[in-house]
Design a protein around this ligand. Structure first.
Ligand code: 5RP
Length: 242
């Protein structure tokens, strides 16, 4: 079990390094970087920090969480409010699952709302993933949905009617997990996500839903995927999977 985790962390580290090299090569000086959240992104930031002369050419970065903000600031990258950004050439982030169309489940780290906003603004969204994240059909990973707390019961009922098994996310200490917008997250296992765009659209339309962690209408443009063969580009649709 532990060695599986070590192997996965090594893949995350490799894809983080590849992502940083690509970002520094492609994003022009003076631009703003878009940086996501999670352990894969932590490796991306660690890799960016190895090139201080390169990173100081940028105006700064848009961050999707407090954790990412702290790490970016620790390596000297200024944080820019997304409302102050007119152009965001590239956003890099991890995913909990990604399919052959580049559609993803995200939000395992609880930052789905900020991530969706940054994905909407960015010209290009590159997903950084290890091979375990690649799936034929989304839905083995429970789908995170950020909700306004007073809507939790009603949304839970609707998710059960869709065949899902919803649970309100808790912290390891047993308290209800609250997002940085003071909302709750419902994690839904067992959904049959055969049409990700339709399901994203439907859940988005329910009153009280802030964000659904299906990134199907705005999928990734491409993916850097780390596996046994090293880090490879995947462009969508991925012909190896369909
Ligand atoms: C955070 C996310 C992450 O990208 C996702 O949970 C993957 O995380 P990790 O890189 O730790 O496996 O969506 O909200």
């Amino acid at each position: 079990m532990k060695s599986n985790q070590n192997a996965q962390n090594l893949l995350k580290q490799q894809v983080g390094q590849a992502g940083a090299e690509y970002m520094l090569e492609k994003v022009p000086a003076g631009a703003v970087l878009g940086i996501g959240t999670g352990s894969t992104v932590n490796y991306l930031i660690e890799a960016l920090a190895k090139y201080p002369q390169h990173i100081q050419r940028y105006r700064g970065a848009v961050s999707t969480s407090d954790a990412t903000t702290a790490r970016l600031q620790a390596c000297g990258i200024p944080i820019i409010d997304i409302n102050e950004v007119e152009d965001l050439p590239l956003y890099m982030d991890g995913a909990d699952e990604i399919n052959a169309q580049g559609q993803m489940i995200k939000g395992g780290g609880g930052a789905l709302t900020q991530e969706k906003i940054v994905a909407m603004v960015a010209d290009v969204f590159i997903c950084l993933a290890d091979a375990s994240k690649r799936v034929q059909q989304l839905g083995r990973f429970p789908l995170p949905i950020e909700v306004i707390p007073i809507a939790q019961r009603a949304i839970t009922q609707k998710l059960k009617a869709l065949g899902g098994m919803p649970t309100v996310r808790h912290t390891p200490q047993g308290a209800i997990y609250t997002t940085c917008h003071t909302n709750w997250i419902i994690d839904v296992a067992g959904l049959d996500i055969h049409d990700p765009i339709a399901l994203e659209t439907e859940i988005n339309n329910w009153p009280g839903v802030v964000t659904v962690g299906l990134f199907a209408r705005r999928a990734a443009d491409s993916c850097l995927l780390a596996g046994e063969q090293g880090v490879q580009w995947v462009h969508f649709p991925d012909q190896n999977m369909i």
